[in-house]
Design a protein around this ligand. Structure first.
Ligand code: ARG
Length: 284
């Protein structure tokens, strides 16, 4: 029997007042295709409102003018309901200033801060690669997070960590090919991973909902579940039937301005309430 997720009711979002494409660090970005500021804000606010309508809470952080990708709050750090936060150590230098503001925010809100590395020293870790699911922290590594960071998380917090090696450059964070839906179901796009990690993925997820190429590249797995609502940037009729069959209310939002820099609903929201209880290793 599946149970609702234990997390995903409280989020941090960054108001997109300085969202631009100044540099290219993933296959979706082009400096020739800039977002429209007004539409950006409208789409962002529809997401914030949908979370509130679903019974969730949203904390809002102002965007640094020097950090255009900071709108993708999912990457600011991995935060837990009991007040721990692992700050991201971004792979690409232009995103590293975000961590200065994120560190102040987490500390100012009572989170005890850990960091796998900073300023290019130590393993890279981007929190868009990490989810609690089943008995472990599932972490994608390869394009952004480095394998070394998984050891850091396991040791610092005494938790079980399972790594999935991402090999698809268009699926550069785990939140693009993987979305926990409830305690046993997750949206998955196996082609994002190497063969060993595909097998591992099917070991981790008891009831996988496998996405087609079209669904995956419409960012359908970059969705968030808030109570009994799933908020998605795209949902095919086939997926709609599966998700409503699980008792979910499906809300589809136009977030296409944010797709221009390679992110959608999940990337724009950072859960503040991950629960590590079930994944704490014996003696950890
Ligand atoms: N332009 C951003 C980057 O490449 C997009 C981040 C998307 N966020 C996510 N959690 N997948 O870093």
């Amino acid at each position: 029997m599946s149970q609702p997720l234990e997390w995903g009711r409280r989020y941090l979002m960054v108001r997109p007042d300085h969202f631009r494409i100044d540099y290219v660090i993933n296959p979706y970005m082009s400096t020739q295709d800039q977002p429209d500021p007004e539409l950006t804000l409208k789409q962002w606010d529809s997401l914030r409102q949908a979370i509130v309508d679903a019974g969730g809470e949203v904390e809002v952080l102002a965007q640094r003018p020097d950090s255009p990708d900071m709108v993708y709050a999912m990457n600011l750090g991995f935060a837990t309901a009991d007040g721990r936060a692992m700050l991201s150590h971004m792979r690409f230098e232009p995103r590293r200033k975000e961590s200065l503001t994120a560190a102040d925010w987490f500390t100012g809100h009572g989170f005890a801060l850990g960091r796998p590395g900073s300023d290019g020293v130590g393993p890279h870790f981007e929190s868009g690669d990490a989810f609690v699911f089943g008995d472990s922290l599932v972490v994608g590594y390869g394009p952004r997070t480095e394998a070394e960071a998984l050891k850091h998380l396991a040791i610092e917090w005494g938790i079980r960590v399972r790594g999935l090696r991402i090999t698809h450059e268009g699926m550069y964070h785990l939140d693009l090919p993987f979305c926990p839906v409830d305690s046993t179901h997750a949206l998955v796009y196996p082609a994002a991973f190497d063969a060993a990690s595909q097998a591992e993925l099917f070991g981790i997820v008891p009831d996988p909902i496998v996405l087609t190429d079209d669904e995956a590249f419409a960012f359908s797995a970059n969705s968030i579940v808030v109570n009994e609502t799933i908020i998605m940037p795209a949902c095919s009729p086939r997926l709609h039937e599966i998700l409503t069959g699980l008792g979910l209310r499906v809300v589809v939002l136009d977030l296409t301005e944010f797709h221009k820099a390679g992110g959608s609903a999940r990337c724009l929201t950072n859960p503040l309430d991950f629960d590590l209880t079930a994944i704490t290793a014996p003696g950890g």
